[in-house]
Design a protein around this ligand. Sequence first.
Ligand SMILES: [Zn+2]
Length: 319
Amino acid sequence: MGLTVSGIQNTIAARIDLSGVGVHSGKPVSISLLPADADTGIVFQRSDVAPEHQKDIPAIVSSVGATDLCTVLGEPAGVHVMTVEHLMAALIALHVDNVIVEVDSAEVPVMDGSSEVFVDAIDQVGLVGQHRPRRYLRVLKEVRFDMGPCWGMFTPNETTRFEVEIDFDEPIIGRQKFASNLTPDVFRKELSRARTFGFMKDVERYWAAGFALGSSLDNSVVICNDNNIINPEGLRYTDEFVRHKTLDAVGDLALAGAQILGCFRSYRGGHKLNALALQALLSDTSNYEWSDVSPVSRSSAGRVELMAVKSPSFAPEKS
Ligand SMILES: [Zn+2]
């Protein structure tokens, strides 16, 4: 098995400007991704807030204010940014370590309900290496978090790996599992296009409560009567539902502030479970260690070697 972990921090090579609709507000939103210095991390800024109320909202787990319908960073009653997970997934999966995200509203635009637009935009401008080591969060022992019938678990692993399982009563979804190492190419091809999904009965309830006002067939797979997909184009992957749940987990765990070297398994998970499982991992410093010992290559003989590589790359998973 060939395995290479990139070793240097990256930012985007040029500014990215995107606009869309906020899935909860239903209002137009513009975001700009700006190149940032090494060790900045991913930092959100609200460009619509008066200067005296401006503050940086770092995309780390201690900023998480709510996880009910989407992941909210900042103070829910104050300066915050909602629905960060699909953008965060694209950034961490493509190895963008440092970027400032300016948003002129309280939420990141939903685009098509997946990470595809963010991935395409990042790939179009490319990355710049920053000659500083990337930091990884290496899982040292098993950490499990239970929430009713749902659970999430981290186990030590040499790569970043996700094994996500869902189990819905509705037969059109049923039981689905997605398991893979996370590499930029796996994310691009297998996960980034998987869209948010929801049930018509829930959408009507959200609308009545003033949520999901921007939700539409342009940004969600909508299921009606438990067994019909309303979207005329159908599904992008036969198991698009579990792939989207995996995409969400990639984005939620990005709030560790670094790529996790370990395996994350979950059963019937969601944003809340992902956030609580991550907090459980981080709650005890004997569960993990920070590591910039990379890139690491494990030869076919199983020997670990340090390698000097100039540009970040993940070898494709060949197992
Ligand atoms: Zn999502």
